[in-house]
Design a protein around this ligand. Structure first.
Ligand code: NAD
Ligand code: GLY
Length: 387
């Protein structure tokens, strides 16, 4: 341990509840929270073919499916029928948002409120977030704020949303001056992860999700990182068993961290490995030009490089990380031409800045993350100047 540093490693994970539902191959994890706000994560192939899983989470008879134009064409009918079979005669509204990170704005959010108000949804309504992280973050924020808070279910349809954004209750939208700057912590009633929906996910989006999976190995579980090295080809081929294992392990780690620190007072920030650099890339390039997962991949390598420069991380871990990300078809360096000034401008807006110094997630080993501003900030400047 390095003196004076807020050391937040996860070598002693408390695993959440994990058991198999009888007669199905569905794994259930639990995000454990106070005040009766704990909720299950159902994971498996065919989760959305099991209406009985949903039934306990319907508080009323009004529902609003929030999705986007792309996902609607693929899965809206399935969810609609799931609702009808569970709740005959229910009132079901649908909001189809435009597709893309650039629409993750307060302006687009109003499209959800317009439908909820026009269709007279009351406080017992339930929103269903059907889509990737953009839809999930926006529908979650709409649920947090509509009539001061209504129920919502996360039905993530990208790998990134299945392993990260659908779990943990971070909701919100972007502002032109910073990503995810307007939002709320607001937990769903349940998360339904059906790995079958990944069959239609484009290659580039799938790879972006792998970045967040690899993140979990780096921050919390060296054995999982080794497992990923051994199984990356199976994952790239979307082998169902490998996928379920990778998603389950990722959600276990995320659920455990969120259960310890829901509001990111401390340890939860380790989930942001690579994100401070990554958000700078996303904002500088224009939202949606680099995918979130791609920016995080390059950002994780930058965080590893700085950790090596500081003498905290064995260079071998940096080499292995680069290799694993390349095999996942992800970038390992920032956009050519992005200057040190551009990084500093965006990194100083990031939510992890404290008292003027930049706080970063850095590594002291594989599976051993620290969140700290107590490092030689000049080393960061030197790193960026080399770009
Ligand atoms: P996304 O939501 O933009 O989805 C990616 C693309 O895939 C979109 O075009 C979408 O329409 C399409 N798509 C979704 N599911 C599909 C499917 N099954 N088949 C075919 N196409 C499909 O992007 P994302 O990577 O899922 O999420 C990124 C967002 O998540 C960012 O806004 C990021 O800030 C946010 N995020 C939030 C958290 C959190 O904790 N709340 C964590 C990580 C990321
Ligand atoms: N994606 C980071 C978090 O949920 O805290």
């Amino acid at each position: 341990m390095i003196a004076g540093i807020e050391l937040l490693n996860l070598t002693l994970l408390r695993f959440p509840v994990c058991f198999k539902l009888h007669m199905t191959s569905i794994t259930t994890l639990k995000v454990v929270l106070p005040d009766h706000r704990s909720y299950p994560i159902f994971i498996g192939a065919g989760v959305l073919d099991q209406p009985e899983l949903l039934r306990p989470f319907f508080a009323g008879r009004q529902f609003c499916i929030v999705t986007n134009t792309t996902v609607a064409a693929l899965y809206e009918k399935k969810i609609y029928e799931l609702l009808v079979s569970n709740s005959p005669g229910a009132q079901i509204s649908v909001v189809r948002l435009p597709d893309g990170e650039r629409y993750k704005t307060l302006e687009t959010l109003n499209e959800i409120f317009d439908v909820l108000l026009q269709d007279r949804h009351n406080r017992k309504t339930t929103l269903l977030a059907l889509g990737g992280g953009v839809v999930g973050d926006m529908a979650g924020f709409a649920a947090a704020t509509y009539q001061r808070g209504v129920d919502f279910l996360q039905i993530p349809t990208t790998l990134l949303a299945q392993v990260d954004s659908s779990v943990g209750g971070k909701t919100g939208v972007n502002h032109r001056l910073g990503k995810n700057m307007i939002g709320a912590f607001y937990q769903p009633q349940a998360v339904l992860i059906d790995t079958d929906v990944l069959k239609t996910l484009p290659e580039r989006e799938f790879a972006a999700g792998l970045a967040e999976v690899i993140k979990y190995g780096l921050i919390a579980d060296a054995d999982f990182f080794s497992w990923l090295e051994a199984n990356i080809d199976a994952l790239n081929n979307r082998d169902p068993q490998a996928l379920v294992y990778a998603i389950r392990r990722s959600c276990e780690i995320k659920a455990d961290v969120v259960g310890q620190d829901e509001l990111e007072g401390g340890i939860r920030a380790i989930l942001n490995l690579g994100h401070t650099y990554g958000h700078a890339i996303e904002t500088e390039m224009g939202y949606g030009t680099w995918l979130h997962g791609e920016a995080v991949a390059a950002g994780m390598i930058m965080a590893c490089e700085l950790s090596v420069d500081l003498g905290w991380l064995d260079p071998d871990i940096l080499t292995r990380s680069k290799d694993l990300l390349l095999r996942s078809r992800l970038p390992i360096s920032p956009p050519p031409g992005m200057s040190a000034e551009a990084f500093m401008k965006h990194m100083s807006v990031d939510k992890k800045v404290m008292d003027g110094s930049i706080r970063l997630v850095l590594l002291q080993g594989c599976g051993k993350a620290v969140v700290t501003s107590n490092f030689d900030q000049q080393a960061l400047v030197s790193q960026l100047r080399k770009l």
